[in-house]
Ligand binder design. Structure first.
Ligand code: ADP
Ligand code: MG
Length: 353
């Protein structure tokens, strides 16, 4: 018997938005990119900012959608190619390829045909036959994404792209940009588990961002205190189906075509906000989204090694199948353990022990 299970949001924001005596913010709550989103701004031109964010993310959703036949991504996937005018999407694809290279292909937007084969695009879940995966795997890999001299992008035959592992992160970068342009200094955005916090809460304290307990998503494995930061969680518990008592989730190992089984149940990547000099285009929100997916695929050892390499500026909270919560030392004074969670907490230092 097959059971279809949809999961709740991932990293949750514990904000007390209208807590007593606290300035109430201006919020927009909406549904885009297959998830519930909310943005709240507390100062500056808050009203304009939150509606501009909502409009921008609706439009981005339409352009990046794989299921809408006329979207920019559908045109690319059906062989029409992406014209140079879609410069922002082209930049996003360029970032995706960079993160793919950095993670030895653990993050790879060309997993699209595999995602479809498992039914994650349509919610008609199924376990694909090995023969089917063997046919699709040769088309997976960013070398199949071709950049023309005139700025156009095309794909090799059989290759398709899926920006589901990076789109909400990019959306959070756009939030930062729009809030900044609107003079907002205190705000937060929760885009289906991709959290962006701007400044501090109106009362001057840090935002509290819960890291969900993958075993019991109504509870927390810990809470982060953050200001001017992104926090993005990927976990196998967020979207999956069960067949013959086994769970199959939506984060795929691009090397095998199967859901990643790396011993991790969730990865939360935290990075500083881009800051006002950043300008537009993909930034740390996009990076956190790509790396949360990639590091979930890579598993504890490779993820720690990648973090220690120091090439990118981020920190990690990883929850393991065997009941541990690993927190990299950059978060030591920002992470609060959850009493009674049953997890064993470990700090990961920059140098191997
Ligand atoms: P979520 O979208 O649930 O927040 P992720 O950011 O981890 O979680 O993205 C998972 C989505 O990304 C999948 O639904 C699929 O569309 C796509 N995807 C799955 N595996 C990979 C992968 N290894 N690299 C890039 N994208 C992936
Ligand atoms: Mg991701």
């Amino acid at each position: 018997m097959r059971r279809l299970l949809a999961a709740a949001l991932c990293a949750a924001l514990i904000t007390g938005l209208s807590a007593c005596g606290q300035e109430e913010g201006t919020s927009a709550e909406f549904y885009a990119m297959d998830t519930n989103m909310s943005v709240t701004a507390y100062d500056g031109n808050a009203q304009n900012a939150v509606s501009a964010v909502r409009d921008e993310l609706y439009s981005l959703d339409l352009r990046l959608s794989r299921t809408r036949i006329d979207s920019a991504i559908s045109r690319l996937n059906t062989g029409v190619g992406l014209p140079a005018e879609e410069a922002d999407i082209s930049q996003l694809i360029t970032s995706a390829i960079e993160y793919s290279d950095a993670t030895a292909g653990a993050f790879d937007i060309t997993v699209a045909p595999l995602v479809s084969a498992w039914g994650f695009t349509t919610d008609h879940y199924q376990i694909p036959k090995q023969k089917e995966l063997d046919r699709l795997l040769p088309h997976v890999g960013s070398s199949h994404i071709l950049f023309g001299g005139d700025g156009t992008i095309t794909l090799d035959g059989g290759t398709k792209i899926d920006l589901g592992g990076i789109a909400k992160g990019y959306a959070s970068d756009l939030c930062e940009q729009i809030l900044s342009e609107s003079g907002v200094t205190s705000a937060m955005a929760s885009l289906g588990g991709n959290i962006y916090v701007r400044g501090s809460k109106p009362d001057g304290s840090a935002w509290r961002v819960g890291v969900q307990d993958p075993q019991k998503p109504s509870g927390f494995a810990g809470v982060l205190s953050l200001t001017d930061a992104y926090a993005v969680t990927s976990g196998g518990y967020q979207r999956y189906f069960e067949e013959n008592g086994k769970r199959y989730h939506h984060i795929l190992n691009p090397a095998t075509g199967y859901p990643a089984e790396s011993g991790l149940t969730s990865v939360t990547v935290v990075a500083p906000a881009n800051g006002d000099e950043h300008g537009d285009g993909p930034g740390h929100g996009t990076m956190c989204d790509a790396f949360s997916t990639a590091l979930f695929v890579m598993g504890e050892e490779k993820a720690v090694e990648f973090w220690r390499s120091g090439v990118y500026d981020f920190d990690l909270v990883m929850v393991t199948e065997d009941g541990r919560v690993l927190v990299t030392d950059g978060l030591a004074d920002k992470f609060q353990q959850e009493d009674g969670s049953g997890y064993a907490y470990e700090t990961v230092s920059g140098n191997p022990a």
